[in-house]
Design a binder for this molecule. Structure first.
Ligand code: DBV
Length: 250
């Protein structure tokens, strides 16, 4: 069992229980990728597995799980709502590298006005504050990423792996549970002007993440640039592709 497998198992079990999940297509060859990396004694097999679903109100629920030994474990788990809901994105970036753990957990907002914060950040603040006591702000953070996070952004670099297994796991469960409540309550948007704003905000967020994916370097090293770019644009952050050719079977 690797560090983030229980997170993934929990999320899929909870989502299966609460939502009517159906598969979301994963481009051929991207379900699982395995490559030997490094030299000599440091050689490790790095396995990346992908998971994707859709559900009513949620366009794409997807995870990328990278397993390369104790010093390389990553779970990137994002939920992309349908384009006719004002729901935030659920975003979890759980990263363990030789330098330590790096945890980002948030309901990433489409908008920053007071009404949006009241609806989608304020209810999370008590959860955020309870965890922040033990999981302090992780410091250094890319300036241009700031518009994509909410006031309840949990960003932390735990020293101890045990913290990840306990408090970070609990925070992940609470954030995901709270997100599912938002989903349950969400009502479709019909106003054309608001729909246009939602589409623009989704494109901004997903465009930023595809452009600046912090995993690009890592994936390029393991699997080469071609695989990596296709993985990023064709799976991880696929909205532009989707807009060109929406899924016909739902
Ligand atoms: N990050 C991803 C995806 C990953 C992934 C799809 C599948 O968006 C992994 C893998 N994140 C990943 C890795 C690192 C980070 C770091 C491997 C380490 C990179 C390295 O040190 O080489 C939140 N993730 C980060 C960082 C942040 C985030 C802020 C540190 C980057 C830095 O300091 O430059 N989540 C991430 C992020 C956004 C987000 C940048 C922007 C909206 O939602």
């Amino acid at each position: 069992m690797t560090l983030y497998q229980p997170f993934l198992d929990y999320a899929i079990a909870l989502l299966s229980e609460k939502l009517s999940l159906t598969p979301y297509p994963i481009p051929a060859g991207f379900e699982r990728k395995e490559e030997l990396s490094g030299k000599g004694k440091k050689q490790e097999t790095v396995i990346t597995t992908s998971y994707a679903y859709q559900a009513p109100k949620l366009r794409q629920i997807r995870a990328a799980h990278v397993q390369g030994g104790n010093a390389l474990q990553v779970l990137n788990f994002v939920i992309f709502p349908d384009l006719n809901y004002d729901l935030p994105f659920f975003g979890a970036d759980l990263v363990t590298l030789p330098g330590g753990h790096l945890i980002a957990l948030d309901m990433q907002p489409l908008f920053h006005d007071a009404a949006y914060q009241h609806k989608y950040s304020d209810p999370i603040l008590p959860i955020f504050k309870a965890y922040q006591e033990h999981l302090p702000w992780g410091g250094d953070f890319p300036e241009d990423a700031k518009p994509f996070f909410s006031p309840a952004f949990l960003w932390t670099r735990p020293q101890e792996t045990e913290m990840v297994e306990t408090r970070v796991f609990d925070a992940f469960k609470d954030y995901l549970g709270a997100y599912l409540e938002f989903v349950e309550q969400a009502e479709a948007v019909n106003d054309p002007e608001q729909l246009e704003e939602i589409l623009a905000a989704q494109r901004r967020y997903i465009g930023y993440r595809a452009d600046k994916d912090p995993a690009r370097g890592m994936f390029t090293r393991f699997y080469g640039p071609e695989w990596t770019e296709e993985y990023i644009h064709g799976f991880l952050f696929d909205l532009e592709r989707y807009l060109k050719q929406p899924l016909l079977t739902i």
